[in-house]
Design a protein around this ligand. Structure first.
Ligand SMILES: [Zn+2]
Length: 180
């Protein structure tokens, strides 16, 4: 099994919940302990997904429709101001949405033009409730259930990670957090 990003977090949760039949796994970028960039901490800290949910936003997408309503166009204009490294700036509203929704996921220098133009095909609709759960995990710094319950998860994480038969590459910060 090869699992990446929050797919890796989801896979980790499935493992900890007793998923059977997995002999080996490579978990990339994140797992049971989550360390997010400062801008993501800010968005989760102000409970942005829950705020959007209260405003009636039930899903988000990176797809930009040329005939979108004024609210979508306003969002795309606003996202031009979203902070990003100077060498990663571009004029694609799809790209701006991806970075807003998921953080900066790639280096533009590593993408050819065809891939850059097709990004909307890779990032479709995502439920706002999924973002609420991810934000909760990001705020806690480790796995919690959707309702915030964490007792069972912590016991399983302490017991299962790290394990000689399970190697999950982590960032130095998430490694330190896992050892606490
Ligand atoms: Zn771009």
């Amino acid at each position: 099994m090869v699992a990446h990003c929050f797919g890796a977090t989801t896979f980790t949760m499935a493992l900890l919940a007793g998923l059977q039949g997995v002999r080996s796994a490579v978990i990339s970028q994140t797992s049971a302990h989550v360390v997010v960039p400062a801008i993501t901490r800010l968005k989760t800290g102000i409970h942005l997904p829950w705020l959007l949910d209260e405003l009636g936003v039930k899903s988000l997408t990176a797809y930009v429709d040329k005939n979108a309503d004024w609210k979508a166009k306003l969002l795309d204009h606003a996202l031009r101001l979203y902070p990003i490294a100077a060498d990663e700036e571009c004029r694609s509203p799809v790209c701006h949405r991806i970075t807003f929704l998921y953080a900066l996921l790639y280096e533009h220098a590593q993408l050819n033009q065809a891939t850059h133009l097709a990004l909307h095909e890779l990032f479709q609709f995502a439920s706002i409730r999924a973002f609420e759960h991810i934000a909760l995990i990001a705020n806690k710094g480790h796995l919690v259930a959707f309702d915030g319950a964490e007792g069972t998860w912590i016991i399983w994480i302490a017991w299962r990670f790290p394990s000689p038969s399970f190697t999950a590459p982590r960032t130095p910060a998430s490694c330190r957090r896992a050892r606490r």
